[in-house]
Design a protein around this ligand. Sequence first.
Ligand code: ARG
Length: 277
Amino acid sequence: MVNDETRRVATARTYLMCPPAHFAVTYAINPWMRPDEPADAGLALSQWERLRQVYLDLGHDVRVIEPVPGLPDMVFAANGATVVDGTVLGVRFRHPQRAAEAGAYLDWFLAGGWRVAGPPAHYNEGEGDILVAGRTLLAGHGFRSEEGAAAELAAVFGLPVVSLRLVDPRFYHLDTALCVLDASTAMYYPAAFDDAGRAMLGSVFAELIEAKDEDAEVLGLNAVSDGYHVVLAAQATGLARQLSARGFAPVPVDMSELRKAGGGAKCCTLELRGARG
Ligand code: ARG
């Protein structure tokens, strides 16, 4: 495949991450979580450290929030907020086990002097379910965030919102089934969406890469793109080949322990759009 006409361009990003110091699988709120099969906490921490180092090596700015004891899923920073143009919309978790994370993340933003909106009236699990493609927001619902969150997003950010229904419980957050690579390119798992959703994605993105079952099943779509580099699960080898063929540079990371809670690289990463230096 000739890529000469496909020039991918990386831009430096600012991310918020939370070290998995209190990470454990102690409850089950998605099909990946098995409290009887514990995760290796030490390995989770070193995989997370490696992810952070990968971002730094790629030239991104990484900020870190203090983990709170008793909140084992707080490592999944993507669920902490939605941040667009320097405005922060807080979150509202569906499950009581994660509810207290909302305040912990909100406090971090308030202490940093961010412009904060919310809390939301509807369940809204932040950038786990809300993705940004250029000047369009994509809002997933069906398992965690509510469909009604879309209108709140449109009001807070003043941007058009495309609602996407998720239909496969293994892909319970939008960022497990869809990854925005750049404003007009995405990769996704078609079976995680309904017909209307697939049609919507076809109209939002000029270029769509379809993930195979085996790559979606290792959370290969839970990936982070800077427009050129795509940080994704090392186990998603087919998807990495597809990305290379389209002119992207896959950067594999092993997130095996975090995956035992249903998360990958993207879940551990909240993009702070419009962050001040
Ligand atoms: N155990 C967490 C939950 O079920 C995983 C969250 C993954 N985060 C994400 N952005 N998909 O809520």
